[in-house]
Each structure stands twice: as structure tokens, then as C-alpha cells.
Design a protein around this ligand. Structure first.
Ligand code: NAD
Ligand code: UD1
Length: 334
């Protein structure tokens, strides 16, 4: 079985390629290296013993992308390629809509033309917005997104759902990720943030490695046990394994399914900080700041559907997530 992985040299894509290869799939990666490095291909080979086929192609360039379809008999696509920085999406919305929507439409059109009927799409818990109570359930549907990035995820979900309604041969799994963190246990692949990290764990990692002085804790007056924001952090390797399950599901079912991928358990900012301190054996300086605009207090997944349809359950706990993140950070510093 040959799987096209767009954005396959990126953070989640690279871990998913490893799990796909370990499960006997052939992997073809398309990435324009906008937010990742070619070195990742060698790292995947070091971990799995197999070098994935790689095309440095921008999904906005349809001719280049079509060549990939012509040269490979693909069975399915996992679509990670896209921009993901929330703040940047507010500043340059058209760039986000062009890349995340026009790029995706190019891909879906080529799938149709070349009769590739199975798709797994990277969506996000951000599509629930602030409209619902936790745990977030898939049946709630789409909430009010608060930034263009989130809107591109919501629009992709709507486009894919319409595609599936119009074509009964299609099988599409929309995975709503909660908060992926951590890295592969080898320390060879992980998340390398571009510029100042927006997300919690990459920021903590930079404080630990001395690149930043202290963590800004965005608010301690939320209605949560310790007042800081609560999120459903999931180990990126667990998330990658969920993609293998989603591919298996897509290959055996028709239609669209929306599925949350989280652990079902929330941790506060202070709990993550403590787990990271345990992992690195140091105290991590922090300061309490005002709330970050657009943040919600609590976000965690209802994981029943992932268990029922995919047989997926996350295995790693927050300590393991922080240990693996720390190991990767140390390897980067070497
Ligand atoms: P990432 O930036 O590490 O990976 C995305 C990859 O896509 C990068 O390697 C980048 O170079 C590539 N890319 C971007 N635009 C492209 C284009 N036009 N053509 C070809 N390649 C292109 O991000 P990630 O964290 O691995 O996220 C993967 C997907 O999951 C994204 O769609 C993201 O929105 C989604 N997602 C991520 C998170 C998260 O917290 N990381 C949460 C929810 C959803
Ligand atoms: C952010 C994005 C969301 C995206 C998700 C996963 C925003 C507003 N939302 O959500 O769209 O889907 O990442 O990529 O950016 N925190 C700190 N200090 C920091 C960083 C974060 O205290 O330096 C806190 C936040 O207030 C939050 C928690 O840590 O309570 C997690 O933050 P983050 O990692 O940015 O993820 P989300 O807020 O879930």
C-alpha cells in the first residue's frame, strides 16, 4: 500500500511516516520544506531503515504535484501540508487561505482525477471554538472559529464533507487533533519551532535550554483547579499511530468520519511545567501574566469515537511526553 504524505517532513508528518513504514506501508512524501528540513528524510531512514520517496513540491503548484500522482500508484493520502501559526494567520489571512485552502483543493482535484479515493485530513480541536462544554464531542459539529487558521480547518472539513456527499467512492477521515507534544524516543525527530514559539511546550523547552529567560504563564484566574489553562496534550507518537489506524479505517469504509484524537485528560499549564521540571531535573522560571486573547479555559477530547471506530487509545502520559520533548531538545543543542 502506497501512501502520499503531504507535509511529511513536518512535525506530525515525520512521526506518522515512521509509524506507517513500521507498519509496512510505502511512503511518498511531498513537502516544500517551508517549515521543515530535508535532513528529516535521513532521520526517518535512521529510525526505520527505509528511506521514504521524497518530492520537494509545493501543493500550490499543481503541475508539480500531478507528477507525483503520475509517477506513483497511490492508495491513500494523508494531508498535513499547511501553515499553522494562529497569530500569523491573523496578520496575513490571504496567505493562509491560499496555502491551506487553494493548496488543499489542488490536492483533492488530483485525487479525483487519479482515482485516489482515501483521505486522512489534519483538522484541529480549534474547530470547536468556545461554543461547547468539555469534553468536546464530534457530534457537536463545527463551532465559531476565532482566527483565519482555525477557519481554514473548518473550511477544509466542509469541503471534504461535500466531496464525500458527491462521490460515494470516497472515504475521508477528518482527525481533530488536540495538543500534540513530545518527540520520537530516538531524539532524532521532533518539533523545531520557527521563531518565538507560540505553543506551551516548545516555549518551555527554550526556557530550559537557556534561549528564553522564563515562561509567561498566560493567566491564572481561569475557572480551573489551579487557575491556569487546561489542555488535552497528546504524545506525537500516539497521534502518529492514530493516523495508521485512520488509514486502515479509510481503506475499509466509505464516507466521512470526524474523529477526535486526544487522551481525554486535561493538564493545566502548571502541571505541564511540573512534569517538565521532573523530566529535566531543574526548576523552570515562570511569571504569571495576563490572559492571552482568544484562549479558552479548558479543552479536552471525548475519545469514545476514536476507541470505537479506530480502536485507538493514547498510551503515553504527560511525564513521557515531557521526557521525550526534553531528550529531543538536548539532541538539538549538541
Ligand atoms: P509543520 O509545520 O511541522 O508541518 C507542516 C509541513 O507542511 C511542513 O513541513 C511544511 O514545510 C509543509 N508545507 C506547508 N505548506 C506547504 C505547501 N504549500 N506545499 C508543500 N508543503 C507545505 O506542522 P505540524 O505541526 O506537523 O502540523 C501538521 C498539520 O496538522 C497541519 O495541517 C496543522 O495545521 C495540523 N495541526 C497541527 C497541530 C499542532 O499543534 N501541531 C494541531 C492541530 C492541527
Ligand atoms: C493553540 C492555538 C490553537 C491550535 C493549538 C495547537 C492559540 C490562541 N490557539 O492552542 O488554535 O490549534 O495551539 O497548535 O494560539 N501558554 C502559556 N504560555 C505560553 C504558551 C501557552 O501559559 O507561552 C498556555 C496557554 O494559555 C494555554 C496552554 O498553555 O492555556 C496551551 O497553549 P498552546 O500550546 O498555545 O495551545 P492552545 O492554546 O491549545
Amino acid at each position: 500500500m502506497k501512501i502520499l504524505v503531504t507535509g511529511g517532513t513536518g512535525y506530525i508528518g515525520s512521526h506518522t511516516c515512521v509509524e506507517l513504514i513500521n507498519n509496512g506501508y510505502e511512503v511518498v512524501i511531498v513537502d516544500n520544506l517551508n517549515n521543515s528540513s530535508i535532513d528529516v528524510i535521513d532521520k526517518i531512514q535512521q529510525i526505520t531503515g527505509i528511506k521514504p520517496v521524497f518530492y520537494q513540491v509545493d501543493i500550490l503548484e499543481k503541475d508539480g504535484l500531478e507528477k507525483v500522482f503520475e509517477e506513483n500508484q497511490l492508495n491513500a493520502v494523508i494531508h498535513f501540508a499547511g501553515y499553522k501559526a494562529v497569530g500569523e494567520s491573523v496578520a496575513i489571512p490571504l496567505t493562509y487561505y491560499e496555502n491551506n485552502i487553494s493548496g488543499s483543493i489542488n490536492l483533492y482535484q488530483l485525487m479525483k482525477k487519479h482515482h485516489v479515493n482515501n483521505l486522512v485530513f489534519s483538522s484541529s480541536a480549534t474547530v470547536y471554538g468556545d461554543d461547547f462544554d468539555v469534553p468536546f464531542k464530534e457530534e457537536y459539529g463545527l463551532g465559531t472559529t476565532t482566527n483565519p487558521y482555525g477557519t481554514t480547518k473548518k473550511m477544509n472539513e466542509m469541503i471534504i464533507t461535500d466531496m464525500c456527499k458527491a462521490d460515494s467512492d470516497l472515504s475521508c477521515v477528518l482527525l481533530r487533533y488536540f495538543n500534540p507534544i513530545g518527540a520520537h524516543e530516538s531524539g532524532l525527530i521532533g518539533e523545531i519551532p520557527n521563531g518565538i514559539p507560540n505553543n506551551l511546550v516548545p516555549y518551555i523547552a527554550q526556557v530550559v535550554s537557556g534561549q528564553r529567560e522564563y515562561l509567561n504563564v498566560w493567566g491564572n484566574d481561569y475557572n480551573t483547579p489551579d487557575g491556569t489553562g487546561v489542555r488535552d496534550y497528546i504524545h506525537v507518537v500516539d497521534l502518529a499511530r492514530a493516523h495508521v489506524k485512520a488509514i486502515e479505517y479509510a481503506l475499509n469504509h466509505k464516507g466521512t468520519e470526524v474523529i477526535n484524537i486526544g487522551t481525554g485528560k486535561g493538564y493545566s499549564v502548571m502541571e505541564v511545567l511540573k512534569a517538565y521540571e521532573k523530566a529535566c531535573g531543574k526548576e523552570i522560571p515562570y511569571r504569571i501574566m495576563n490572559r492571552r486573547p482568544g484562549d479558552i479555559a479548558v479543552c479536552y477530547a471525548d475519545t469514545e469515537k476514536a476507541e470505537r471506530l479506530l480502536g485507538f487509545k493514547a498510551e503515553y502520559d504527560i511525564d513521557r511526553m515531557c521526557e521525550d520533548s526534553y531528550r529531543f531538545t538536548r539532541m538539538l543543542d549538541k
